[in-house]
Design a protein around this ligand. Structure first.
Ligand SMILES: Cc1cc2nc3c(=O)[nH]c(=O)nc-3n(C[C@H](O)[C@H](O)[C@H](O)COP(=O)(O)O)c2cc1C
Length: 315
């Protein structure tokens, strides 16, 4: 279903919700999208906010639901709930460095528990086979190691159970986001997966499409995911360079879509997006200050109008 090489939007908690996914999909069609990571344990408890996070909307782009946790049975049950929603596959988070997630044995903690990691992959695959005729993919996203890069051993374990895609963020758990992504480690995974049915995606520090294409060529990966460079720039997967006016319009559209999908949501959670949308605009610090006080879409519209007329008069 995917056409390789793939250039997709990386999963980001608090960012790649249904609203941002829809906006990115409309602006520049990445080859693949992911939900934010969602805890399987919380879904089993039927927490409404979490179920909402996995609400599917039809896109031109295949979407993977990303789950985290450490209990294979819970992965089985949650996969069963998702198989007929329209997702292209289930992605298992084995890389999150958040201490809270780590302490509960999920995310990057699975790097230290390869046997559990493999059981989870098998549980998800079994749940798909037991509960649907659809050919959903079983994929995962991880890091190069725990305290030091150990790609060879870690990825060798994972390949024993043949996930469809392994995405590797080229940093260890310890590094979190410091330093640079180590693409030589990702190359090690590419070599290991050669002649297997598992595809390898690389991830880390990709700034734009040119860089994405060069990395695919240089490191032989089957795809790459772009995360932070997409913040405030949903056009990143295409060739269009957005204007100041388009950025401001998109920020308003983001608010409107948010109200549509999350009428009960916390509007203030959009403020981080405001900073990203306006970061490259002239006099953006004034604009940011004002936007940090916005409590609804009308506030945002008024601030944008004021800014636009100020900018017009000052040129
Ligand atoms: C705000 C934020 C939230 C993130 N949430 C997730 C997540 O839910 N699942 C995941 O696998 N990775 C998550 N990541 C990691 C990114 O997907 C990606 O691996 C990382 O940012 C490196 O790629 P980049 O340099 O292109 O940003 C998150 C990163 C950021 C910045």
């Amino acid at each position: 279903m995917l056409k390789y090489p793939v250039i997709g939007l990386s999963p980001m908690d608090g960012v790649t919700d249904i609203v941002f996914r829809r906006i990115v999909d409309e602006c520049s069609y990445p080859d693949v999208l992911y939900t934010e990571f969602v805890p399987v344990d919380g879904i089993i408890l039927e927490r409404p906010r979490l179920l909402k996070m996995l609400e599917f909307h039809k896109t031109k782009t295949p979407v993977f639901a990303q789950l985290f946790g450490n209990d294979p049975d819970n992965f089985y049950q949650v996969t069963k709930m998702l198989v007929n929603k329209g997702y292209a596959g289930i992605d298992i988070n084995m890389g999150c460095p958040d201490e809270h997630v780590f302490k509960k044995g999920g995310g990057a903690a699975l790097i230290l528990k390869p046997e559990v990691a493999k059981k989870i992959i098998l549980a998800v695959r079994k749940s798909i086979a037991d509960n649907t005729d659809k050919k959903l993919m079983v994929t995962l996203k991880t890091r190069t190691g725990y305290d030091k890069a150990d790609t060879y051993n870690w990825i060798s374990h994972l390949l024993e159970v043949s996930p469809d895609i392994i995405t590797i963020h080229g940093r260890t758990f310890f590094q979190k986001y410091s330093g640079l992504a180590d693409w030589e480690e990702i190359r090690t995974a590419v070599k290991l997966a050669k002649n297997t049915k598992t595809k390898i995606f690389g991830n880390g520090d990709i700034k734009n499409m040119e860089m994405a294409k060069k990395i695919i060529k240089d490191y032989g990966v089957d795809g790459v995911l772009i995360g932070r460079a997409s913040l405030g720039n949903p056009w990143i997967f295409g060739s269009h360079v957005s204007t100041q006016e388009e950025k401001l319009k998109m920020m308003i559209r983001h608010c409107e879509l948010y109200n549509k999908y999350f009428p009960e949501g916390n509007f203030k959670s959009l403020r981080k997006h405001f900073i990203w949308y306006v970061k490259s605009l002239p006099s953006s610090s004034y604009l940011k200050n004002d936007l940090m006080k916005a409590n609804n879409v009308d506030d945002v519209k008024k601030i944008v109008d004021l800014y636009t007329s100020f900018e017009k008069n000052s040129t």
